[in-house]
Write a protein that binds this ligand. Structure first.
Ligand code: NAD
Length: 336
């Protein structure tokens, strides 16, 4: 059945709303609504588009990653696009995700997953050439990001040179820059003392700190980096492992920070146990996480499954229930 005019109007309205939220969040680092509200709008958009696929357009927020880079930064073209992740918000949807993969693979055996915290910060690409850090970039719209090399060089736990000698000649490492929780509290206290703007949450503070035109400001901020994937790899000295989790461990050996909470689980049930475990320890971590990321661990499976417009088919973010629905908005508007 064709969509009614009312559905078309609703869809148009939601697309405009989300586009505006994206600009506030990704470009200005000043969200005006809590993530839970954003996610609700996005879920409604996805539901309408699933029901009426003929209404999906290439400019729909459901087809796009992030937003355009700020013109104030030099641009970096990602040779391997930096995508987003699809989300699920309940266990049934996670089982459905696994079933979709099994159907596509025509194989119902248990899938082995790399289980990782979903770090709530900013995606960053680090390029190492002959083991030396030569470029740092934001994700931007997934194709083109912002050159933030000078800024990433100020982050204490990002190695300027890799350890060992067996790394590929060109190696792009991807991960998340977050702000530690205690660092965030101290930063806001000091901002208040100086009569400056306070940040809504550690994610905003991390994004605002990293996307500074003056790297001396970034250098004063308590930022941390954790790696979660590889991008471009050229001229390997020895073949990389066939499992994503093993590749991450290899990155850690080369000196890149890796979350201690990385685990491998067989099948959906074990993944959900990990989800419960991480939910239990979430408040004890010194950085914010907003869910768990499950990735098919075998690189071969990842390659077979491939990608859709903005996300891989072999990974999913299972989000935690929203914590603070309104306080973030009030905080964002609170400027001194
Ligand atoms: P996302 O945050 O849902 O998931 C993709 C991102 O997760 C990746 O780009 C990466 O940066 C991050 N990530 C963290 N840990 C990871 C791991 N272990 N492995 C791989 N990736 C990992 O996607 P998104 O497209 O960046 O943003 C969408 C989300 O951002 C929304 O669901 C919403 O919560 C928030 N958002 C909020 C507003 C707002 O106005 N409040 C606006 C836009 C987006």
């Amino acid at each position: 059945m064709a969509a009614s005019q009312q559905t078309i109007n609703t869809l148009q309205q939601i697309k405009q709303t989300i586009t505006e939220y994206n600009h506030q969040y990704y470009v200005l680092d000043e969200p005006t609504v809590p993530d839970a509200e954003y996610d609700r709008q996005m879920q409604t958009l996805l539901k309408i588009e699933a029901e009426y696929p003929e209404l999906v357009t290439s400019d729909s927020p459901s087809q796009k990653v992030g937003d355009v880079p700020l013109a104030a930064f030099a641009q970096v073209e990602h040779e391997v696009p930096m995508l987003s992740l699809d989300n699920v918000f309940d266990h049934d949807s996670f089982y459905a995700f696994e079933k979709r993969m099994q159907d596509r693979l025509k194989d119902t055996s248990k899938i082995s997953y790399s289980c990782e915290p979903k770090l709530d910060g900013l995606a960053v690409s680090l390029l190492y050439e002959n083991g030396k850090l030569v470029r740092g970039a934001t994700r931007g719209d997934g194709r083109v990001g912002e050159n933030i090399t000078a800024n990433v060089r100020t982050i204490d736990n990002i190695p300027l040179a890799l350890r060992g000698t067996d790394f590929p000649q060109r190696l792009e490492v991807r991960g998340e820059v977050v702000m530690s929780r205690d660092g965030f509290l101290a930063l806001n206290e000091s901002q208040l003392e100086k009569g400056k703007k306070v940040f809504a949450n550690p994610r905003n503070a991390a994004a605002g700190s990293l996307r500074q035109l003056d790297s001396r400001i970034t250098a004063t901020r308590p930022l941390l980096f954790f790696t979660y994937s590889l991008g471009l790899v050229e001229n390997e000295q020895q073949a990389l492992a066939g499992l994503h989790s093993e590749r991450l461990k290899q990155l850690a050996e080369w000196g890149l920070p890796l979350s201690k909470e990385l685990r491998v689980a067989q099948g959906a049930k074990a993944c959900l146990e990990y989800y419960a475990y991480l939910g239990d320890i979430r408040d004890k971590l010194n950085y914010d996480i907003d869910g768990v990321v499950f990735k098919a661990d075998q690189i071969e499976l990842q390659q077979t499954l491939g990608f859709v417009a903005r996300a891989p088919r072999w990974a999913i973010a299972h989000k935690f229930p929203a914590q603070e629905e309104m306080t973030q908005v009030i905080d964002v508007e609170f400027q001194v």
